[in-house]
Design a protein around this ligand. Structure first.
Ligand SMILES: Nc1ccn([C@@H]2O[C@H](COP(=O)(O)OP(=O)(O)OP(=O)(O)O)[C@@H](O)[C@H]2O)c(=O)n1
Ligand SMILES: C[C@](O)(CO)[C@H](O)COP(=O)(O)O
Length: 239
């Protein structure tokens, strides 16, 4: 795990930065008719918080939003209703998260770019974590935000469960940030069911993945109860 020196200043002037925010899912586990990226947190859609975090971080990436094709008009209306003016590019979602990321990547031609991939449904990411992930990936090729397990861990194989070393277990979040040539090469691979995040796609090339520290509050809104938790955390953040 790499030390997150949040006070260090790096020069970003010679590179190009992009954020691909994937919001192409249907949110089946949320059991809501409206996909969870559009649900309201304290009156504002989840996706708007996420875009604001990237817009407000000091790296100032270009922002690409991947949305199901059927929801582009709905999103544009939401932007009008909430007077949401942050500039962003819209791309169609794909069949899985992998295909959605790929659609976003197709928009980026810059071979020297640094690209952060982020779940639209993680609206609580710190600005400093976003900025650090860009800076770390710029220097080391990739940066994956993760937190150490706080619970004891057991692995179940067939019917036998075994304790694992908790200190060796990390829970992976987003953003996951990469130099563009590496990420584009990785996403030229055929889709595999065990590609659950961008790190697993890049790792399949034989590349070493670097974890950087995240926050336990960077939750992914997945189940109905996560909405109440996110609203509470947002209220705490604003005080
Ligand atoms: N085809 C897909 C599937 C997922 N995502 C995005 O990937 C992120 C993480 O995925 P997940 O939480 O699984 O979202 P859903 O697929 O929407 O939820 P579920 O698995 O419960 O259906 C979300 O921001 C989601 O919108 C995407 O862009 N395109
Ligand atoms: C990318 C991710 O959020 C990292 O934890 C996670 O793998 C997404 O998983 P999901 O099954 O698509 O929610």
């Amino acid at each position: 795990m790499t030390e997150n020196n949040r006070t260090t200043q790096y020069s970003l002037r010679n590179t190009h930065h992009y954020a691909i925010i994937v919001a192409g899912g249907s949110g089946s586990r949320m059991k809501s008719a409206l996909p969870k990226q559009f649900l309201l947190l304290n009156g504002k859609p989840v996706l708007m918080y996420t875009i604001e975090a990237f817009y407000n971080c000091d790296v100032q990436p270009a922002i690409i939003i991947v949305l199901p094709a059927d929801y582009h008009a709905y999103w544009q209306q939401l932007c009008k209703d909430h007077d949401f003016r942050i500039p962003h590019h819209l791309v169609n979602g794909g069949e899985t998260r992998f295909h959605s990321v790929k659609n976003g990547l197709d928009l980026i031609e810059d071979a020297d770019a640094v690209i952060a991939i982020h779940d639209a449904v993680r609206p609580l990411t710190d600005l400093s974590t976003i900025a650090y992930s860009f800076r770390y990936a710029e220097q080391h090729g990739n940066a994956i935000v993760a937190v150490q397990s706080r619970d004891s861990i057991r692995q179940l194989k067939n019917t036998v469960s075994t304790a694992l070393l908790r200190d060796e277990i990390y829970l992976v979040q987003t953003p996951q940030t990469f130099q563009s040539a590496l990420l584009k090469e990785a996403y030229r691979q055929d889709y595999q069911a065990d590609f659950t995040d961008d790190a697993s796609v890049v790792e399949r090339l034989g590349v070493n993945i670097h974890m950087i520290p995240g926050n336990y509050t960077n939750i992914k809104i997945t189940f109905p109860e996560d909405i109440a938790v996110a609203e509470m955390l947002l209220k705490q953040k604003s005080h």
